[in-house]
Write a protein that binds this ligand. Structure first.
Ligand code: SIN
Length: 286
C-alpha cells in the first residue's frame, strides 16, 4: 500500500543532521514522501528516524527509492540478501567496523551516493556515530587554500584496509569475529578523485579526502602528501562541523556520502551492537 505521510524535519545540530518524524520506512513510500526525504537528505546531509521496523526486503526497497544498491566487495553480505551488510560487534570483539573517519567506498570509481544504516541491537551506552559536514569543511578554508585544492586530484585505494595485508583482513580477523571480511588483491587498485568535488545535486563544493581511503595526491608520494592530508583530515572533522547520533533499536540513519564523513565510535567494549546497512550507488565525482 502506498500512503502519503505527513513528515516533520527537525535539525539536531548547527552543522548537519535532522530527525525525520512521521514516516514509516517499512511502507511502500509514495512519491511525495520519498521526495521530502530526498530533499531533507540534501538539505541536512544526514537524516535520522526512530522506532522503525524494516524487514531486509523493506530496507532494500527503501534504499532502491534513491538508486541502485551496492554489493560490498570485501564484507560478506547477509545470507540471501547480497545488498545488505551486517555491521556487527560481539561482546568479545575489541575492534569495530567503520571506527575511523571515512566516506564509504571512495576507492570505487563511482563511490556511494549514501548509506542507510538500520539498528537492530544497540549497546546500553556508547556506539554512537559521528558525522561531519564536508560542505562546511570546504567553505571554511581560506581563499588561497581553496584555490590550490580546487585544481588538485587525490588517489584513493582500499589496499591498506582490504588488501591481502590490509588491516581489515589481518588484525580484524581475530578482533572482529561478528563480521566476515574477505581481502583481495583487487583492493590494490587506485582511483583518482578531485580533492574538491561539486555535489551533483546541490551544485555545492565539498572537500573530498578521507583518512580511510585517501592515501596521497596525484603525482606526489605518500610522504610528500601526508602533511597537507593530515591538515585537511583534522580540519574537516573539527567538532563545529559535526553531529553525533545515539542509536536505539529501530533507529535509522541515511547519510549523503558525497558531502559527509562518518566515524563509528568504539567505546562499548563487552557489549553487542548489530546494524544492517544498504548502500546506494553514486556517480563519478567531478
Ligand atoms: C559504517 O561505517 O558504515 C558503520 C557506521 C556505524 O556502524 O555506525
Amino acid at each position: 500500500m502506498s500512503l502519503t505521510q505527513d513528515i516533520a524535519v527537525r535539525p539536531i545540530s548547527g552543522a548537519l543532521g535532522a530527525m525525520i518524524e512521521g514516516v514509516d520506512l517499512g511502507r511502500d513510500l509514495d512519491n511525495r514522501t520519498a521526495d521530502l526525504i530526498h530533499k531533507a537528505l540534501l538539505d541536512h546531509c544526514v537524516i535520522f528516524f526512530r522506532d522503525q521496523k524494516m524487514t531486509p526486503e523493506q530496507h532494500i526497497a527503501f534504499g532502491r527509492r534513491f538508486g541502485t544498491l551496492n554489493v560490498h566487495d570485501y564484507v560478506k553480505a547477509m545470507d540471501g540478501h547480497p545488498e545488505i551488510i551486517v555491521v556487527a560487534k560481539n561482546e568479545g570483539d575489541t575492534k569495530n567496523f567503520g571506527g575511523g573517519w571515512h566516506s564509504d567506498v571512495t576507492y570505487l570509481e563511482q563511490p556511494a551516493l549514501g548509506s542507510v544504516l538500520y539498528c537492530l541491537e544497540a549497546p546500553a551506552f556508547g556506539g554512537d556515530t559521528v558525522f561531519a559536514n564536508q560542505y562546511l569543511a570546504y567553505d571554511r578554508l581560506s581563499s588561497g587554500m581553496k584555490r590550490m585544492l580546487d585544481g588538485m586530484t587525490a588517489i584513493h585505494t582500499a589496499r591498506h584496509v582490504y588488501g591481502p595485508q590490509g588491516r581489515a583482513t589481518t588484525s580484524y580477523a581475530e578482533s572482529l569475529k561478528a563480521m566476515k571480511i574477505v581481502g583481495s588483491t583487487e583492493a590494490e587498485g587506485e582511483i583518482e578523485h578531485p580533492v574538491v568535488r561539486t555535489h551533483p545535486e546541490t551544485g555545492r563544493k565539498c572537500l573530498y579526502v578521507n583518512q580511510g581511503f585517501t592515501t596521497r595526491f596525484k603525482d606526489m608520494t605518500e610522504a610528500e602528501s601526508l602533511p597537507l592530508l593530515e591538515y585537511l583530515w583534522q580540519h574537516c572533522t573539527q567538532p563545529e562541523f559535526t553531529c553525533r547520533f545515539r542509536w536505539e533499536p529501530g533507529s535509522v540513519a541515511f547519510w549523503d556520502n558525497r558531502a559527509v564523513q562518518h566515524y563509528a565510535l568504539n567505546d562499548y567494549q563487552g557489549q553487542r551492537r548489530v546494524m544492517h546497512r544498504v548502500t546506494v550507488n553514486g556517480d563519478r565525482p567531478v
